[in-house]
Design a protein around this ligand. Structure first.
Ligand SMILES: Cc1cc2nc3c(=O)[nH]c(=O)nc-3n(C[C@H](O)[C@H](O)[C@H](O)COP(=O)(O)OP(=O)(O)OC[C@H]3O[C@@H](n4cnc5c(N)ncnc54)[C@H](O)[C@@H]3O)c2cc1C
Length: 324
């Protein structure tokens, strides 16, 4: 139930607009690295000092205005230059809807192409994050078009989709991130139970580890991580063929200990003022994350749900007042 509420909140346009205006709130600062490039480079340096690389996401999605998409493109170009100039170990994750996929396919392609071209000068990888089912095939089409000219592109396979096995076989020559899947998808084309999703997740990871180019195993699930550790040992898969990934601010101790154990580790570092949808999806995935949030806000573990709703409502009121 709570999952559905947070998922609905994540898509609320009024709250998204308000959140952008009023800065990192509701404890989002625990899981978002900052609102500007300078703060983000500082966070990446701290991760690099722990032996952890970063994939940087300039937050933003479901953009419907050309201006906004161009602004996002320029921010990503700025981050690419900053990563290069500061010589930090990082690459880029981005969402096609942020660059205008919902506005016009060709417009989005041109924006993406500029980014991929800029990154390729520095041999920097660009990951196309995967969004909801409606954007899945257009995102693969964009990637196919980019791959005709560039090789520094990869994407994400979401284990909850029935078609994931076909997609992973199709793209085994690429660097792929494999995840369970973050959006609410209907039973028509996605597994619904934790057991089914987890089983497919393991199957896809094993497939790509054995047959694929490079595998990013993106999960906070210690059962999956322990399974992978055993699997790579039994199958003598060398460490340069895969990495673990987690989101910034989650299971920090485990991130550091995996890196210390000698595994390649990459943290997903989101930054920017468009943090609201990302943050609500994290709460939908794991309502216990509210504890993290409210330890920040109140320095105690009580009343979490009420607090977030109060915060969300306050933002909503601010937004509607401004609209009037
Ligand atoms: C780096 C990265 C990139 C991603 N990119 C995408 C993308 O492009 N598209 C997309 O759809 N989704 C993406 N996701 C989200 C992903 O699909 C899942 O929704 C999300 O990772 C939650 O699933 P999980 O595998 O982490 O574990 P869950 O299924 O959420 O948790 C499984 C178990 O792990 C343990 N656990 C989980 N989190 C914690 C925690 N914080 N503290 C303690 N224990 C915990 C608990 O025991 C829990 O029961 C990404 C995730 C990561 C980490």
């Amino acid at each position: 139930m709570l999952k559905d509420v947070f998922m609905a909140l994540s898509k609320n346009q009024l709250l998204t607009t308000a959140a952008k205006k009023y800065g990192l709130k509701l404890g989002a600062q625990t899981v978002v690295a900052g609102t500007n490039v300078e703060q983000t480079i500082k966070s990446i340096r701290e991760l690099n000092a722990l032996g952890i690389s970063a994939t940087v996401d300039n937050l933003g999605e479901f953009v419907f205005e050309r201006e906004e998409a161009i602004k996002a493109k320029n921010s990503i170009l700025e981050v690419i230059e900053a990563i290069h100039e500061n010589e930090v170990d990082a690459h880029i994750s981005l969402k096609p809807t942020q660059l205008g996929l919902d506005i016009d396919y060709d417009f989005c392609y041109e924006n993406l192409k500029e980014i991929v071209a800029a990154a390729s000068k520095y041999d920097m990888h660009i990951n196309l994050d995967m969004e909801d089912y409606g954007h899945l095939q257009p995102s693969f089409d964009l990637m196919d078009a980019l791959l005709k000219e560039y090789s520094n592109v990869g994407t994400v396979i979401q284990a909850y989709f029935f078609r994931a096995q076909d997609d992973i076989e199709n793209y085994k020559h690429l660097r792929l991130r494999i995840v369970k899947g973050a959006y609410k998808e209907p039973a028509e084309y996605a597994y619904q139970t934790t057991q089914d999703i987890d089983a497919n997740f393991i199957k896809l990871i094993e497939y790509h580890l054995l047959n694929g180019k490079f595998t990013s195993i993106a999960t906070h699930d210690h059962n999956v991580i322990n399974h992978v550790k055993k699997f790579v040992e039994e199958n003598q898969i060398s460490k340069d063929k895969y990495e673990f990934q987690m989101l910034y601010g989650f299971r920090k101790d485990m991130q550091v200990s995996l890196a210390k154990e000698g595994y390649n580790f990459c943290t997903y570092v989101p930054f920017g003022d468009d943090w609201y949808g990302y943050f609500m999806r994290r709460l939908a995935e794991r309502p216990q994350n509210l504890n993290l949030v409210f330890k920040q806000l109140f320095n105690k573990r009580t009343n979490t749900t009420i607090g977030v709703f109060a915060g969300a409502l306050a933002l909503s009121r601010l937004a509607s007042k401004k609209k009037k």
